[in-house]
Design a protein. Structure first.
Length: 241
């Protein structure tokens, strides 16, 4: 799953150790059904859909959620409290970072000691059998044997879930995973990009921004995240300026 880099064996090892109104026609004999509150809410929500550009300067365009391991342990799993602890700590060492000189903001995250890999994912509504172009700017100072980059998880429907999926949900909806960008060493605000084509059944993706390997306190900074269908690059760039 997103190669072995997103498998965090330390999590489980440590766990074992430490633990619309009703429309009724006058001619109808029976009323039409009202939409449930959940259905009405879902109809009003609009999922984020390319082309998108996130520079972290104003109202968020992407929703970004923490990710630890391949799955969220089920609520009744004894490992779930430990997973929550790691998620909480990851959130505490991550967030928007502002440049004191020019006020530019970027998303900052770093490794967590005793964990092999951490990540954040952004859900996006996409079209099946379509090629997308993804780019971002990144800055990082990685120790030897550490890596960072972007992966893609493809799902067969858009799931309104703001948390990392359980194993049951993942196995039910995940179509495939891939890695688009992988970087090592010293990276000084480089722009990197890749393209991928969705499967004929893909309806949603997770862009996964990961950092794995040896621990250090130096953060990974990402900015100017752009995703668009191939052929839309010029249109979205014009709209973002």
């Amino acid at each position: 799953m997103l190669r072995s880099r997103l498998i965090i064996s330390a999590l489980f090892a440590l766990s074992l150790l430490l633990i619309a109104g009703c429309d009724r026609s006058d001619k109808a004999e029976t009323p039409t059904q009202k939409a449930s509150p959940d259905q009405a809410e879902e109809q009003e929500r609009i999922p984020p859909t390319p082309p998108l550009f996130e520079d972290f300067q104003a109202k968020p365009v992407l929703s970004i959620f923490p990710r630890v391991g391949d799955y969220q342990p089920a609520p009744d799993d004894e490992r779930h409290p430990f997973w929550l602890t790691f998620i909480d700590h990851l959130n505490k060492v991550s967030g928007l970072l502002s440049n004191r000189e020019d006020g530019n903001k970027a998303w900052s995250f770093r490794s967590v000691n005793t964990i092999d890999s951490v990540a954040f994912f952004a859900p996006l509504k996409v079209e099946p059998a379509t090629t997308y172009h993804v780019s971002y700017r990144i800055r990082a100072e990685l120790p030897e044997d550490a890596k960072t980059g972007i992966g893609v998880l493809e799902f067969d429907e858009f799931l309104w879930d703001g948390e990392q999926y359980t194993e049951e949900t993942t196995k039910k909806h995940l179509l495939r995973s891939s890695v688009g960008i992988e970087l090592t060493g010293s990276i000084e605000w480089e722009e990197r990009s890749f393209e991928f084509q969705t499967t004929p059944k893909t309806e949603m993706i997770h862009l996964v921004f990961y950092r794995d390997g040896a621990h250090s306190r130096d953060p990974v900074l990402i900015d100017d995240i752009r995703i668009e269908k191939v052929g839309q690059e010029n249109q979205s760039k014009n709209n973002s300026h």
